[in-house]
Design a protein. Sequence first.
Length: 350
Amino acid sequence: MSATSPRDSMDALVPRRFLLVFAVAFLFQPCLGDEPASPPRPIREMTAALREQWSGRAGEDICVLQCEQNWHNQLSRRPSVILIPGMMANPDSMSLVRRELERAGFPVAVFKYSSQLSIEDAGAALRTELAKVRMLAPHRELALVTHSMGGLIARAAIELDHAGPQNVRRLIMIAPPNHGSALAELSANDIASSLDLNCDGDETIGMLDEAVAGFLGAAQTDLRPGSPFLVKLNCQRRANDLRYSILAGTDAPLEREVVATSLALASLLLGDLPESRPLLRSAQRFGSLDEWTRGRGDGVVSVQSTKLDGASELILLPFMHTDFGTIDRDDAQRRGAQEAVRWIVDSLRA
């Protein structure tokens, strides 16, 4: 009688397809929440929302500095602050930062730009706005405080013009993808496949990819690691008279131990099943992303990607990428973001 392996014994007790789904679900449960995924409806809703916003922004290519009248001439010994939000240019994504800066007495404006522009073009538009401020208030010092892709826009404004704006003294970047984000390379189909969502033949996946690509424009390509834009930007010298500060988040949703255990279990039990290999490869791809691993990223941008030669400081704090906006989380749930904002306020006061 031939010997029976532990794997064969396991096969007799539990279908391996079940084990595969269990292992992947265990891996991604922190991202998905307590409710099981039901893909078609959420994807359709996301697609509809993106298309609605996209249609409302079609043709919108105006970049403006939103501020109160005479903002740059407000009486204050402190620098005037320009907030530069990230992708989709939603000022609400920095509402926590704005609130605390205004409470501390800083004059605050927001740079609003079109999501249809490339990062380099948005940077050129910001450079124009900074020049206007300098003409109106030549002795006014400015501090740029950015979130996510807004940091790349600020860097493009400063570093891609050798003359550079002469009135910016500080650049404080929250979670800047200085070397891109692997998430910019993922498609809706990648995500659906990795979570074993039954979307075969569902045109919604293609619709979502189309909507995302159209809404985000050239910026989506710019944010991919190794993109021509990032290579060009990172070859530039840092501005000599400008202090660069970076705050990076480490509160991504996946625990390293959970990722390692889940992938090891899946590989051990299911690695030789041909039908499991695509899902297993996708799970390994997702699970290995620093962007999603606690201690290595904030859920969108990895700590490694935020690093920049010439920066004065890199500060690691336990915040998620979305913790700075008007989101449904109380202050106790975003202490890392509050600590980051306190650091920004204190640093600008000094």
